[in-house]
Design a protein around this ligand. Structure first.
Ligand code: NAG
Ligand code: NAG
Length: 309
């Protein structure tokens, strides 16, 4: 380099200063560019800011919506409860109306003979009940062959469905009660005669004649009878006898015993209206002398043939 000429040096200076000018120009431009960039950045940020604000609003609105939805759900639930209550009340009112109508109809039909003797048939099935206008499912009484029966009717099913009518059982309906409990005061020794019962504890329905000791079946059905007594100082023999419209007195059961012993008879009988029952003394003496109530004759109607007899 020591051998460089002045010209060479001048050229070098020129080159250097030119480079400096170029360099300083570039810095200015870069500054300008930076400023521009900064402005742009500010604009972008401002846009972002407003976008953010918008989003914040959205989020807030969303929160409000959530609260509104919760409130609506609550209101719907309340309405559902009210609707259910209204339906329940309607059902109650319907039931009461039905009962009132039934009671009115009942009292009318009781008071008005022409209504009782109308063409209305007793229902024999759920299908009959449906024809008569029943629509509410439930347990109903229907007319069986001989007795009143209970069935469950599901009117929501077609008549042909096997679950349309479900048989529950016989309804223990008696047109009126029949039962008695009879005892004796005093010894009884008349051979081959029906035993009279001169001390009645109960004679509901009045079917036992205490003077003759004969029970007259007031209606057809199954009856239970039992008799027990004590013999006096000899062997004794008694019988439970029955008499029907076509057959005279015949033996159902017989009991014997040695002196001062117990004899007993029991039976369950299918009787027609008008059939008769008695305890007959065959021989010996029946002991009721000291008021100890040794003789006990009881009877009761177990089930009555309400229809078909
Ligand atoms: C009984 O019912 C018949 C038939 O519905 C009716 O014509 C009659 O007026 C009623 N009688 C009474 C006393 O209600
Ligand atoms: C037998 O029955 C009658 C009538 O109920 C009663 O007065 C009497 O005291 C009874 N006899 C005994 C020993 O309990």
């Amino acid at each position: 380099m020591a051998r460089c000429s002045a010209t060479q040096l001048g050229v070098l200076v020129l080159v250097l200063s030119t480079s400096y000018a170029v360099a300083s120009l570039t810095v200015d431009m870069q500054l300008e560019q930076l400023r521009n960039n900064y402005v742009k950045l500010e604009q972008v940020l401002a846009t972002k800011d407003s976008r953010l604000e918008f989003l914040e609003q959205k989020v807030q609105q969303h929160g409000n919506l959530e609260a509104q939805i919760t409130q609506l759900v609550n209101e719907v639930n309340q309405m559902k409860t009210q609707v259910r209550r209204t339906a329940e009340l309607e059902l109650k009112v319907q039931r009461q109306e039905y009962l009132i109508n039934a009671v009115h109809g009942e009292s009318r039909s009781h008071n008005n003979v022409s209504l009782r003797q109308g063409t209305t048939q007793m229902p024999k099935s759920c299908a009959d009940l449906k024809n008569n206008g029943h629509t509410s499912n439930g347990m109903f009484l229907i007319m069986g062959v001989k007795m009143v029966e209970t069935v469950f009717c599901d009117f929501s099913k077609p008549t042909s469905d096997q679950n349309f009518q479900k048989w529950i059982g016989f309804a223990d309906v008696k047109s009126s009660p029949v039962y008695f409990h009879a005892q004796r005061i005093g010894n009884y020794g008349a051979a081959n005669t029906g035993i009279p019962f001169n001390q009645l504890r109960l004679n509901v329905g009045g079917a036992l004649n205490p003077v003759t000791g004969v029970f007259l079946a007031p209606k057809a059905g199954r009856y239970f009878f039992a008799y027990s007594g004590l013999s006096w100082d000899s062997n004794a023999k008694v019988q439970l006898q029955m008499k029907s419209a076509t057959v005279g007195w015949f033996k159902i059961g017989e009991a014997h015993c040695t002196p001062f012993n117990t004899f007993a008879l029991q039976s369950i009988l299918d009787l027609k209206q008008g059939d008769e029952i008695r305890i007959i003394h065959i021989h010996g003496v029946i002991h009721d002398r000291d008021g100890n109530n040794f003789s006990n004759f009881v009877g009761l109607l177990l089930e009555e043939d309400i229809f078909g007899c």
